[in-house]
Design a protein around this ligand. Structure first.
Ligand SMILES: *[C@@H]1O[C@H](CO)[C@@H](O)[C@H](O)[C@H]1NC(C)=O
Ligand SMILES: *[C@@H]1O[C@H](CO)[C@@H](O)[C@H](O)[C@H]1NC(C)=O
Ligand SMILES: *[C@@H]1O[C@H](CO)[C@@H](O)[C@H](O)[C@H]1NC(C)=O
Ligand SMILES: *[C@@H]1O[C@H](CO)[C@@H](O)[C@H](O)[C@H]1NC(C)=O
Length: 333
């Protein structure tokens, strides 16, 4: 049965998120993408049963350690570092990256402590020669992390409580389920593999394999004929698609580092977390395949938040106080 598109989108999005995954059965048109623009949608729903499951959240200064896997050029690294450095930087003009993080700070642990406002860049390592090859599995991602925390020279610090280990793969590296089901994922390392339980995330540069999926809306998949991609504010489609995914994973790691704190749904194996609930929503009215109201610079670039020196486009995050997705560029703020 072919459902009317509007119904289909509502069905999918009131519990979850939207990305132009390749399994979408019908071709969308640019008119379809305007759906929802007149409504306050933003994922709001009484059906979202986001709950706290008593596990820890990251309440002390968060440090992000990066592993650059494969070939990265300095300009790409700079964009990503500046995004992370902007999270706790209050001086960027409104709407800011630190304003975006305020929604994440609303989550607390058993003692009522909020997620830390401080997120800083920690150590960085490079794996230029693809130590584990150009195809990684979820388990080999852990092996890569292990090799850097046990390195003979300058190993990454062991920081199970407030460290985030971020493995970023270059555009020529394929990771299990990339493009078909995920653009990134987070979990914690297994002591049997790594020796410690460390919260980590992987995010891949999709420029070569599936920019239309993982760098949407800076790139558009073939099955949405006639839709023009948005202009990326820093001129690198793959990396700027990664920024929103990195933001997504950091928000979820902070609120659910051991996958026993904040998530919705009955299933801890497939938890729906605070960023999953708002995937694809970047502004007021967003929902379904409509991104919501974003900002456009004089140069024609599309973004929704300001960092220290650069502009970024980052998805919103579920706000459990008001029960919908929120972000600093909301029109009604
Ligand atoms: C946490 O970070 C803030 C600012 O980023 C700093 O002032 C403070 O000293 C840090 N606290 C600890 C315990 O490192
Ligand atoms: C801490 O979380 C509570 C509950 O969500 C919220 O009311 C409060 O504003 C948060 N504090 C900060 C500093 O974000
Ligand atoms: C397509 O795949 C994504 C990710 O696995 C899933 O969330 C979504 O429900 C799927 N959509 C359809 C229409 O099957
Ligand atoms: C969807 O779009 C693709 C690429 O433009 C085209 O090859 C395909 O036939 C279209 N599918 C349908 C069902 O219209």
């Amino acid at each position: 049965m072919l459902l009317p598109l509007s119904l289909l989108l509502l069905t999918i999005t009131h519990v979850s998120c939207w990305r132009p995954w390749p399994n979408t059965t019908t071709n969308l048109t640019s008119t379809d993408l305007q759906f929802g623009s007149s409504k306050k949608f933003e994922g709001s729903s009484n059906f979202v049963d986001l709950r706290y499951h008593m596990g820890p959240v990251m309440t002390t200064n968060i440090t992000v350690h990066i592993i650059w896997y494969g070939k990265w050029v300095p300009t790409q690294k700079r964009i990503i570092r500046e995004f992370i450095n902007s999270i706790s930087h209050d001086s960027a003009p409104h709407p800011s990256v630190s304003g975006w993080w305020k929604t994440v700070q609303l989550y607390t642990d058993q003692t009522g402590s909020n997620i830390s406002r401080s997120v800083t860049l920690g150590s960085e390592k490079s794996d230029r020669f693809y130590s584990h090859g150009k195809t990684l599995t979820r388990l080999s991602v852990q092996s890569v992390i292990k090799s850097f925390i046990t390195a003979k020279t300058k190993p990454l610090p062991i920081n199970p409580k407030n460290g985030i280990y971020l493995l970023l793969t270059s555009a020529d590296v394929y990771v299990q389920d990339f493009c078909q089901q995920v653009c990134g994922f987070h979990y914690f390392t297994f002591p049997s593999i790594v020796g410690y339980t460390l919260p980590y995330a992987w995010v891949g540069n999709s420029e070569k394999f599936c920019p239309g999926v993982c760098a949407y809306p800076f790139s558009v998949p073939d099955y949405i004929p006639g839709l023009k991609p948005m202009k990326a504010p820093n001129g690198d489609v793959g990396v700027e698609g990664m920024i929103s995914v990195i933001a997504h994973e950091i928000a979820e790691l902070a609120s659910n580092p051991l996958v026993n704190a904040w998530y919705a749904g009955p299933d801890p194996i497939a938890p729906v977390e605070i960023a999953d609930l708002c995937e694809g929503i970047y502004g007021t009215g967003g929902g379904g395949s409509y991104t919501g109201q974003m900002l456009e610079g004089r140069d024609g670039a599309t973004f929704n938040i300001n960092g220290i020196r650069r502009r970024f486009l980052v998805q919103w995050v579920w706000n459990h106080v008001v029960n919908y997705c929120t972000g600093p560029n909301a029109l009604d703020q």
